[in-house]
Design a protein around this ligand. Structure first.
Ligand code: BTN
Length: 236
C-alpha cells in the first residue's frame, strides 16, 4: 500500500472483514500516517526509506502465559536476518527492540487476540530502518544503510525478512533453544545498567528474563521482576 494509518490497524480491519487470513499474510506500507510504537508511542518513518509492515500469525497451542515466546521468536529471527546481510553486534533490548551497536534499527509491536487462556491470533507489526540517512544524533537509532554504507531495496528486505520469520512456530516449539538464543542476544545481560523505576534512577544487573517475559534485575542484592510498563532503560 502506498499510505495507510498503521499497518497493524489495517491488518485488524482485514481480520474483521475477511473471513480467512493465512499465516504470514502481510500488509506493507510505503508510509504510515499514524504509525504506532510500544507504550502508546508513535512510530515515525519517512516515506519510502524504511520497511513498515504487519503480518498475521496464528500460533499453534500457545498459552497466554507463554505469549512472550512469540516475541522472543520474532526478535531472534529478525536478528538472524540482520546478521545474514552483514550486520554485526546485533542485540535485543528487552522486550523486543532490535539493536545494532546499541542503537535501535528495528521495532516490533505485537497485538494479540486472546481467548481465556490461549493466544488465538496475532498481528505482528515490524518497522525496520533501512535506508534512512538522516538520523538525529541524540535519537539512539540507526538504519541498516547507515551501518553498512549500502543502499537496500525495501522490497527485497521485506521478502527476505518474511522468509526468516517463517520459522516462528518451529522456535516456539523449542522453548529451551528459544531461551538460550534470546539470552545470547540480550543487551546488557550480566551487566550493570541504569534504569528508571517509578520515576527514580536505579542501577542493577540484568539477570535475564522470566518465562512470562519479565525482566530479571538484581538491585541492591535482591532480584526483582519487572513488566514492560514498570521499567525503562536509561542510556548514558
Ligand atoms: C516500537 O519499537 O515502539 C514498536 C514499533 C513498531 C512499528 C511498526 S511499523 C509497522 C507496524 N505498524 C505500526 O503502526 N507499528 C508497527
Amino acid at each position: 500500500m502506498d499510505s495507510v494509518d498503521s499497518t497493524n490497524e489495517e491488518m485488524k480491519r482485514r481480520l474483521k472483514h475477511q473471513n480467512s487470513l493465512e499465516n504470514y499474510d502481510a500488509v506493507v506500507a510505503n508510509f504510515q500516517t499514524n504509525g504506532k510504537g510500544q507504550r502508546e508511542a508513535k512510530w515515525e518513518s519517512s516515506a519510502g526509506d524504511n520497511l513498515t509492515f504487519s503480518f498475521y500469525f496464528q500460533p499453534n497451542n500457545l498459552k497466554v502465559m507463554d505469549a512472550f515466546k512469540l516475541n522472543q521468536a520474532v526478535s531472534i529471527l529478525i536478528a538472524d536476518f540482520l546478521k545474514s546481510i552483514g550486520l554485526t553486534n546485533v542485540q535485543v533490548k528487552w522486550p523486543n527492540d532490535i539493536m545494532v551497536n546499541e542503537k535501535k534499527v528495528c521495532g516490533v509491536l505485537i497485538e494479540n487476540i486472546l481467548s481465556k487462556d490461549e493466544l488465538l491470533e496475532s498481528i505482528i507489526g515490524i518497522g525496520v530502518n533501512v535506508n534512512q540517512s538522516r538520523i538525529e544524533s541524540n535519537s539512539n537509532s540507526t538504519s541498516i544503510s547507515n551501518e553498512l554504507q549500502e543502499y537496500f531495496q525495501i522490497k527485497v528486505i521485506a521478502q527476505e525478512l518474511i522468509s526468516y520469520l517463517r520459522k516462528i512456530q518451529d522456535f516456539i516449539n523449542r522453548p529451551a533453544l528459544l531461551q538460550t538464543r534470546f539470552l545470547d542476544l540480550l543487551l546488557g545481560l550480566n551487566e550493570n545498567r541504569k534504569f528508571e523505576v517509578k520515576g527514580i534512577e536505579v542501577s542493577g544487573k540484568i539477570l535475564g528474563v522470566s518465562s512470562n517475559g519479565n525482566l530479571r534485575v538484581l538491585i541492591e542484592g535482591k532480584e526483582q521482576l519487572f513488566e514492560q510498563k514498570q521499567i525503562r532503560f536509561l542510556f548514558d
